[in-house]
Design a protein around this ligand. Structure first.
Ligand SMILES: O=C(O)c1ccccc1N[C@@H]1O[C@H](COP(=O)(O)O)[C@@H](O)[C@H]1O
Length: 211
């Protein structure tokens, strides 16, 4: 059984569906090129009614200090997710600037990428293990791409972690079984079109992950 993060939420009915289904983390994307991007003002409404015990995660890609401040002036966030090329030093800066725990995403395509999980394990409070985006991809995540989960078998990190990348209601139970992931993160796998979440898929994903 794994806890669930539903990422890329942009409509209140999908926030409600994720909470009702039992998701423990909700993700809001502040990366303008994403089909799931929300503004600081939209996020203020989306994050306002989330119950205690459900963490609101702001996803940023190499954000400026100004963007972080603007979003935090409006929206209530509990965790910052960094999904770009941020260094460990930048992770520490963002943590100091925002006063929030930071989760650093690391993209894997093979064993050579694994040491990054140790490198970030000191500065970051949490790790997010995702598929490495293909060269030239427009988005650094949210592409529905999986990696070889066997890379993670028997590995342990310094920090709590989440598994992401190409997860769906159909494959999430096997991903949890193989990797032992305590939390799974999904975006495109619960959509019926890019950026359009689907209530039935959200429910099916949470049920499969927590079964
Ligand atoms: O979801 C996005 O649009 C996004 C944009 C930029 C960086 C990361 C993004 N999403 C994150 O990517 C992974 C995997 O997503 P998927 O399930 O394979 O679609 C996940 O952590 C999302 O939070």
């Amino acid at each position: 059984m794994a806890e669930v993060k539903i990422c890329g939420l942009s409509e209140e009915r999908h926030v409600a569906a994720a909470v009702d289904a039992g998701a423990r983390f909700l993700g809001f994307v502040f990366f303008p090129r994403s089909p799931r991007a929300v503004t600081a003002t939209q996020a203020a409404a989306l994050t306002a009614e989330v119950p205690v015990g459900v963490a609101r995660v702001g996803l940023f890609v190499d954000p400026s200090d100004d963007l972080l401040r603007e979003v935090l002036d409006h929206a209530a966030l509990d965790v910052i997710q960094l999904h770009g090329y941020e260094s460990a030093a930048r992770v520490a800066e963002v943590k100091a600037l925002t006063g929030l725990p930071v989760m650093k995403a690391v993209g894997l395509s093979g064993p050579a990428d694994l040491p990054q999980l140790m490198d970030y394990g000191v500065a970051a409070d949490m790790l997010l293990v995702d598929a490495k985006p293909p060269a030239g991809a427009d988005l650094p995540g949210g592409n529905g791409l999986a990696f070889d989960w066997r890379l993670l078998v028997g590995r342990h990190w310094l920090r709590p972690w989440m598994l992401a990348g190409g997860l769906t209601p159909d494959n999430v139970a096997e991903a949890v079984r193989l990797t032992g992931a305590p939390v799974v993160d999904v975006s495109s796998g619960v959509e019926r079109a890019p950026g359009v979440k689907d209530v039935a898929l959200i429910r099916a994903f949470v049920e499969a992950a927590r079964s």
